[in-house]
Design a binder for this molecule. Structure first.
Ligand code: HCR
Length: 386
């Protein structure tokens, strides 16, 4: 195999890494990978991908009725996929292995208010180290929007690709003008990491994901649909990053709206040809405070020296600094064990079954029918508008 993406000096270590993942199933983040594939960014930063187009998030609150709100949620969701799943390829050359967050790691940020869209705030906490689970809460109080979710992964290896089942879900809550709330249960697609043999991994989405509104409207997003059969003879089908989505009314299975296209470029209404999503324009990265002002457990402070080592190619520095963090973690766990205490989460409370998931999941036969969740404790003061 031609290992195009692998630097000459790391070819043999890449081959052994690939051999180890072939026979491995479970928590990939714990495997030691060769330096060229390491990312200087921690997984706790990933929830920011949900809001890098804050105006599309805010627009959900401005939709005029239940149907339009479901369309606005779908539009925002599809527009996040490019950031979530292709941005490391664009920024770092290929998909990379993110830093594996420590228990209690934090990431705070916000997107400032612009043109009346309201400020959007982000709180992330690593709520489990093994297996890695990241909880997040994104809110735009001015628009009455809040997204609460958690993310974990189950990985396996199948015909040359790493298959990642995403565990977790997100609930979007919209405060309506009449004082009522509308909720949306968002499930997550499966990923396939291709290009492993060549040392240039990239993500393809597979399977189906859902967005179920408490109003009954349901979006079903199919990432494996092969052919575009739209009225305008759209020819996206068969290409990578293709999706088709249908919107169905409460209690009906007949699509009222159909969309298709490439989630990392553009998509259209399959029946009218009208533009739906377009993510070719730049996204807006989250604003974070200065590292000097951060808590020791905030991601960019905690990993700053490791990240510098990775960025500058000083892998000895990176591994020395990483060992310090890991040793400190081990010591903390030993101390807790000796004292008979447990690490206290700062912003989230774990509950065994999410009642919103259970209630909305029933409407489309969610599998599994129940899922746990991490509830935000509403105990973070957000930084002021810039
Ligand atoms: C699978 C993955 C860690 C998890 C990442 C998730 C699923 C996290 C939640 C985000 O909302 C979306 C997301 C995007 C990433 O694509 C996905 C990562 C891709 C690779 C990484 C593995 C643990 C690392 C595998 C090592 C490879 C690259 C050799």
């Amino acid at each position: 195999v031609d290992l195009q993406g692998v630097p000459a000096a790391q070819k043999s270590s890449w081959s052994s890494f690939v051999k180890s993942i072939v026979s491995f199933s479970g928590d990939l983040s714990s495997l030691t990978a060769p330096p060229f594939i390491l990312s200087p960014i921690s997984l706790t930063e990933f929830p920011a991908y949900w809001c890098e187009r804050p105006e599309l998030f805010a627009a959900i609150a401005d939709a005029k009725d239940e149907k339009e709100r479901s369309i606005a949620v779908l539009k925002w969701f599809i527009s996040t996929l490019k950031g979530q799943y292709t941005s490391r390829n664009e920024k770092l050359g290929s998909e990379k292995k993110p830093l594996n967050p420590v228990l209690g790691e934090l990431f705070y940020g916000f997107w400032p208010d612009r043109n009346g869209r309201g400020q959007t705030n982000l709180v992330v906490e690593q709520v489990s180290h093994h297996p890695p689970i990241t909880a997040y809460y994104i809110s735009n109080p001015q628009k009455g929007l809040a997204l609460q979710g958690h993310s974990a992964q189950k990985t396996s290896f199948s015909s040359g690709s790493i298959v990642v089942k995403q565990i977790g879900h997100a609930i979007l809550t919209v405060d309506l003008p009449d004082g009522k709330k509308e909720e949306f249960l968002i499930t997550l697609p499966r990923l396939r990491i291709d290009g492993i043999w060549y040392g240039s991994p990239y993500i393809e989405l597979t399977g189906i994901s859902y967005i179920q509104s408490s109003s009954g409207w349901l979006s079903t997003i199919d990432y494996e649909a092969k052919e575009g059969r739209g009225y305008f003879g759209l020819s996206f089908g068969g290409k990578s990053h293709f999706f088709k989505a249908v919107l169905t009314a409460p209690g009906s299975s007949t699509p009222v709206k159909r969309y298709e296209g490439l989630w990392h470029e553009t998509s259209k209404d399959s029946d009218t040809g009208e533009a739906f999503t377009d993510v070719r324009t730049p996204k807006e990265e989250v604003t974070v405070g200065p590292v000097e002002a951060m808590h020791d457990f905030e991601s960019r402070k905690l990993w700053q020296h490791v990240a510098r080592g990775i960025r500058e190619g000083d892998y000895e520095l990176a591994s020395r600094e990483k060992s310090k963090i890991e040793n400190d973690q081990r010591q903390r766990r030993r101390d807790e064990q000796a004292a008979g205490t447990r690490w206290q989460l700062k912003h989230f409370e774990h509950i065994e079954s999410d009642p919103v998931y259970e209630r909305l999941g029933q409407l489309f036969n969610a599998n599994p029918p129940k899922e746990d969740t991490y509830v935000f404790m509403n105990n973070r003061d957000f930084p002021p508008t810039v």
